[in-house]
Structures are given as structure tokens and as C-alpha cells.
Design a protein. Structure first.
Length: 224
């Protein structure tokens, strides 16, 4: 589905905001492509979150901070999108490096600072399905967030798929031992379907986060 069709479908379904993976073929899109994307949004439907470019995702890449880094001009394009749409946060994929490297930490710190200049919060997301991704649970993400100034993206699907003890993590959040997440995404597990199609207590988990003080968006990221 094209960004145009996706935005129209979300608007027709009554959503007030959406989020995207990087919506362009190239890391540095042409100015007219950026303008056309930004023109999709208005007061009735906003752009809340957007992944930064993650490399060749179809080939299995999940970020380039472990190799070449983000291409020159990429964050400038993100800044233009943020200025036009009010983009709030961007997920920064780290790269499939196995162990986290000093280079990834340095680059994430720099990206976080640059995004902040545009009013965008950098996010760290623990991912599932890849044994060589360096961040796979929320405690690892919290440690990296403390080092870099980024926020934690709590995706309950990935937590469940990785066997994270979500109740233990929520207890740590409630006790103030770890920070509230900066953003939350949900899908049921197994299957990555809508809430109620799997077996995890999404409503209970979200309610506990709300009670602990989380006031941000909860994004539906399930497969239709």
C-alpha cells in the first residue's frame, strides 16, 4: 500500500495520527518526494512517528549504524518532514551487529542530539526474530537510552516474541527503577494480529503503563 493509500485508509477509519517505516526508496529522497509525502497530512490526521532509514530492509538489514552510518542529507530530510508535519519521534534501527558496539552508541548519541533540534525524540526498539540484533529486551534498551539520551520504544509484540518477562519490567517501571517508555506499540502474540487474536494481556499491560504515568500514544502495529 502506498503512503497515499495508507493515509487515506487511516483517515477513513477515523484515526487521528499514523506512523510509518521510512516511506521512501532512498535514504535521501528528492525534494518533491518529501513535499508530496508531507502534503498527505493535515489537521485531521498527523504523522506521529517514523522510522529512520534502515538500509536494505528487504535483504534483512535493520539499520546501518554498525557499518556506513546514515547517509549525508538523511537527517536533513527528516528535519524537513518534522517541520512540515509535527513528527514527534523516530525509531533508530541500530544494525545487526551482534554485540552492541561503541560506534553504534556514538552514532546513536549524535543522531539523538540532531533529531532533538527538530523536536523529534529518537527511539530504541528491542526487536525479535534476529539473533544478531543487539537490543532484544527493555532493560538493554533502557541502558542504551541512559547512555545516549534516546527513549525506549516498548513494542509488546516484540517483548512477547522474545520471551520478555513483561510483568517484571512493568514492576520496574512502576517502582521507578526504569523509565517510562517514550512510545508504545501493540500487536497480539502469536501471529502479530489485532488485540484478542493471540494470547497476551495487552489491555492489562497498557493499563499498568497508564497507571504508572505513561501519557503517550499507543500505536496499533498489527497485521490485517
Amino acid at each position: 500500500m502506498s503512503p497515499h493509500d495508507a493515509v487515506n485508509a487511516a483517515r477513513d477509519d477515523g484515526y487521528a495520527a499514523v506512523e510509518f517505516w521510512w516511506p521512501f526508496d532512498l535514504a535521501v529522497p528528492a525534494p518533491d518526494e518529501v513535499s508530496a509525502f508531507c502534503d498527505l497530512f493535515d489537521d485531521s490526521l498527523g504523522l506521529y512517528a517514523m522510522n529512520l532509514w534502515g538500509g536494505d530492509m528487504a535483504a534483512g538489514q535493520r539499520g546501518v549504524l554498525d557499518t556506513d552510518g546514515l547517509p549525508a542529507g538523511h537527517l536533513e530530510a527528516v528535519s524537513q518532514i518534522a517541520s512540515a508535519t509535527g513528527l514527534k519521534c523516530s525509531n533508530v534501527l541500530l544494525g545487526r551487529s551482534g554485540e552492541l558496539t561503541d560506534l553504534q552508541v556514538q552514532r546513536l548519541t549524535e543522531i539523538t542530539a540532531q533529531l532533538e533540534l527538530s523536536g523529534v525524540r529518537a527511539l530504541i526498539e528491542p526487536l525479535s526474530g534476529m539473533s544478531d540484533y543487539p537490543i532484544t529486551d527493555p532493560w538493554q534498551a533502557e541502558e542504551l537510552a541512559q547512555q545516549t539520551g534516546a527513549g525506549v520504544l516498548a513494542d509488546f509484540y516484540h517483548f512477547a516474541a522474545n520471551g520478555v518477562d513483561v510483568d517484571a519490567w512493568l514492576t520496574d517501571v512502576e517502582a521507578g527503577r526504569v523509565s517510562l517508555p517514550a512510545h508504545v506499540q501493540i500487536a497480539d502474540f502469536p501471529g502479530r494480529g489485532a488485540p484478542g487474536t493471540g494470547g497476551v494481556p495487552l489491555r492489562s499491560w497498557v493499563e499498568r503503563l497508564r497507571a504508572a504515568g505513561y501519557a503517550g500514544e499507543v500505536a496499533g502495529e498489527w497485521t490485517l
